[in-house]
Design a binder for this molecule. Structure first.
Ligand SMILES: Cc1cc2nc3c(=O)[nH]c(=O)nc-3n(C[C@H](O)[C@H](O)[C@H](O)COP(=O)(O)OP(=O)(O)OC[C@H]3O[C@@H](n4cnc5c(N)ncnc54)[C@H](O)[C@@H]3O)c2cc1C
Length: 431
């Protein structure tokens, strides 16, 4: 019988896991069947790459976006670009679907299933859907992505998931408030200001917007740090020194691949301090927007079509004509509110992970942001044991790796877990 890997979540993480598993299986001459399950039929796209707006661009140049760890130029070749371009995210979605297709021996190698996974068991390994369907597996990959935002707005005249298919179609005319001032807000502002006469307000506690990429490629720079446990004070001093000549982009890009290792060297209380005091500053420097998008945002601000506010939303009161948003120092009447705040902890908001935690199959990381896994991606259960049949990757590892949401990190994780999963399956076949 052909071994089966069931992947829960069809976004970039699930797709990259499937592709790297199939690649490794082929090099080991192991036939493999992959079942890729996504509740919204967004196989190969997920949340980030299902947008159809051509002005929603990748926030990294094409050269950094290969899906294949063993072939860093794959995306550049596929898109026939030089590598410096910031392409539309929908183009990247087409690419991910193509990568998945190329990884298959024939059209039956990957079975795409649409459904909501409600439960997972380990012995025997099985994935069960809410509609009663069940899939036996030799290994299971949890690739469920980000949870919904922690902030819940009322249903009426508010969009809680701006990345759901057609989510913005329901926004009528009139002014809109976007809660959050990160990358999602930028995309929302670009789309929503196409309606003539509309003002888009954006609010967050700090009112900080993502910084812009340099026009020319930046060389990553090394920051010298001591060995052993770190403190934020030592880390920040070293970063400030390294960036004192103004090349902060080079410093951030040099630090980024080291983040999981540096993060693990920060004691828990320092990790908590970082989240409370510095995370937003890191995010705006680390997740930069393309120059073309930055120019658009600047124009919108200069013409008063986009107004960025700093403050907290105390309450949102929908009425028949619009929504009254109560901010600390004023009430803002708008016709619609869009929730673009960051994802909540998956431990609190993802029903499947909450259930798996209750069943003892999974345990939360020390910060309670995501789940715990070892360096091979094997999920750690309630007793502290890493399981060979249950692996994970992507945003759910945020608490233990911190930088774990972008394509370079996800493809690296997929490349690490794939050989272990395939060897484990092959070993069991021989035994
Ligand atoms: C707007 C946006 C823009 C981004 N731009 C870039 C970029 O330019 N460059 C870059 O490197 N990174 C970018 N990222 C980051 C990164 O690529 C994404 O976070 C990444 O795609 C995460 O993929 P994922 O598969 O883990 O999660 P998701 O995309 O959230 O996919 C998870 C999938 O699993 C499904 N699922 C979850 N639970 C279940 C269940 N119980 N049963 C069935 N299905 C389930 C969900 O429906 C979803 O489709 C961006 C992210 C966002 C949100």
């Amino acid at each position: 019988m052909t071994p089966v890997v069931v992947v829960v979540g069809g976004g970039a993480s699930g797709t990259l896991a499937a592709v790297h598993l199939l690649h490794t299986a082929r090099t080991r001459r192991l036939p493999l069947h992959v079942v890729l399950i996504d509740r919204y039929a967004r196989h190969g796209l997920g949340q980030a790459y299902s947008t159809t707006d051509p002005e929603h661009l990748l926030n990294a140049p094409a050269a950094k976006m290969s899906a294949l760890d063993h072939d860093p130029a794959d995306f550049v070749r596929w898109a026939r670009v030089t590598g410096c371009e910031f392409l539309p995210r929908r183009t990247y979605g087409h690419y991910l679907r193509d990568v998945l297709e190329r990884a298959q021996d024939d059209e039956r190698t990957v079975q795409k299933v649409t459904g909501n996974v409600a439960a997972v068991s380990r012995r025997p390994a099985q994935v069960r859907l809410a509609d009663g369907r069940a899939f036996d597996a030799d290994a299971i990959v949890l690739a469920t992505g980000n949870a919904a935002p922690g902030l819940r707005l009322p249903e009426k005249r508010c969009t809680n998931d701006p990345w759901a298919a057609g989510a913005l179609n329901e926004v009528g005319r009139g002014d809109v408030l976007v809660v959050g001032t990160g990358l999602t807000m930028v995309d929302m502002a670009v789309t929503l200001t196409r309606t003539p006469g509309r003002t888009v307000y954006a609010v967050s506690r700090h009112g900080l917007l993502p910084r812009v990429h340099a026009d020319d490629p930046v060389s990553p720079r090394q920051v010298t740090l001591p060995e052993g446990p770190l403190t934020l004070r030592v880390l920040f001093r070293a970063v400030r020194e390294a960036a004192s000549d103004g090349d902060w982009r080079g410093v951030v890009d040099g630090l980024r691949p080291r983040v999981p290792e540096l993060w693990s060297r920060l004691p828990l209380r320092e990790q908590r301090r970082f989240l409370a005091l510095a995370a937003r500053h890191w995010e705006i420097h680390r997740h930069r927007i393309p120059p073309a998008t930055a120019a658009k945002i600047e124009r919108l601000e200069a013409t008063g079509r986009l107004k960025v506010l700093s403050g907290c939303v105390d309450a949102v009161t929908p009425g028949p004509e619009g929504v009254l948003v109560h901010l600390k120092d004023r009430d803002l009447p708008v016709s619609w509110v869009v929730n673009a705040t960051g994802p909540a902890s998956v431990c609190a908001r993802d029903p499947l992970l909450v259930r798996l935690m209750g069943d003892g199959l999974v345990r939360a990381d020390r910060l309670g942001l995501g789940v715990e896994a070892d360096e091979r991606g094997r999920v750690v259960d309630a007793t502290g044991r890493a399981d060979d049949r249950l692996v994970t990757l992507g945003p759910v590892l945020r608490g233990s790796r911190y930088e774990t949401t972008a394509i370079p990190e996800i493809r690296g994780q997929a490349a690490v877990l794939a050989p272990h999963v395939i060897d484990e399956i092959s070993g069991r076949l021989v035994r």
